[in-house]
Design a protein around this ligand. Sequence first.
Ligand code: SAM
Ligand code: SF4
Ligand code: SF4
Length: 348
Amino acid sequence: MNHHTEHPPTFLDTLSRPLRSLRLSVTDRCNLRCQYCMPEEEYVWLPRKEILTLEEVSGLVDIFAELGVDKVRLTGGEPLVRRDLAALVKMIAHNQRIKDLAITTNGVLLAESAQSLYDAGLHRVTVSLDTLRPDRFTALTRRDFHDKVLDGIKAAGQVGFTGLKIDTVVMRGVNEDELIDLLEFGRQISAEVRFIEYMDVGGATLWSMNRVFSRAQILEVLTRRYGHIEPVAPVSAAPADRFVLPDGTVFGIVASTTTPFCRTCDRSRLTADGTWYLCLYAQHGIDLRSPLRAGVSKAELISTIVSGWTRRSDRGAEERKEMRSREVLIPVERLRADPHLEMHTRGG
Ligand code: SAM
Ligand code: SF4
Ligand code: SF4
């Protein structure tokens, strides 16, 4: 292995997909309770002593970076409820191999943390926002924080972040009537809106195919309003299909449910307690915390990661799509017994 050369080695999985992008779930806790992610009243949280320290996370990121990871996204739970997140950003931003360091946040705490995240060297911000209507927001998230989210979005622009993105999960009967309003909102604040199909991930215990508003339906609504919509040629393995309206506004659609993109998926996920998942839908992960805390050598950690990735054959969303009758992925009882199966642990 040529760790010392300028370009890290490329490890391919069984479907020839490179190890390139890492999502770090820095906490499983959240200050919202979105229907499609955390529909229950009570949750079993990861034990505190098992949560990796910021130094442990950043040490693992450094190893992943040596193995080819150059994109890191901070997520959760809600990443901004993790204390000292800016310190972690600083450590990761320091690693020259990481070319793209982004966060996905619900925005509630963004107004107060945007400046420190920017100063720490965070590159990009994505805020999840499903509705522009305060009452709807409260119904969807069971918390009354719509104003805070809007303030957070504003603050991100004010402190200097560019390339802001707004992620919207579109659900039939919930917010599919807001596509145009959200696009207009995005245009006003120079943010690129990405519409995400409702997915049957762990935690989405209220999911049903009837509530999925598909990419085709989204395009139909927008074409009726704006006229011809042109696809934009893809620039990376990013999951969003991008489109441009006649006036030049660009938006994205992440069609994970009806048109999965597992073929090119270079993503893996590290939970806050150091379990490494090779797919959003994977039922088992690879424990990196135990070897790390047992003090194994770096070479051993590297070999665990490399052997995990080179054996990877996951194509969870495609397999779900191939199922004839598609029920809720994981029943509530199993989620309660194993919080690792939750989307809010896994990090979306
Ligand atoms: N709390 C942060 C947030 O909401 O942005 C980060 C974690 S959240 C799990 C990451 C993303 O997953 C959010 O954009 C959220 O909307 C999305 N998500 C959660 N459950 C989903 C589902 N069932 N289908 C599609 N997207 C989902
Ligand atoms: Fe909502 Fe994100 Fe929290 Fe899930 S983790 S409940 S999507 S804010
Ligand atoms: Fe990647 Fe798994 Fe999502 Fe497919 S389902 S795109 S393999 S994370």
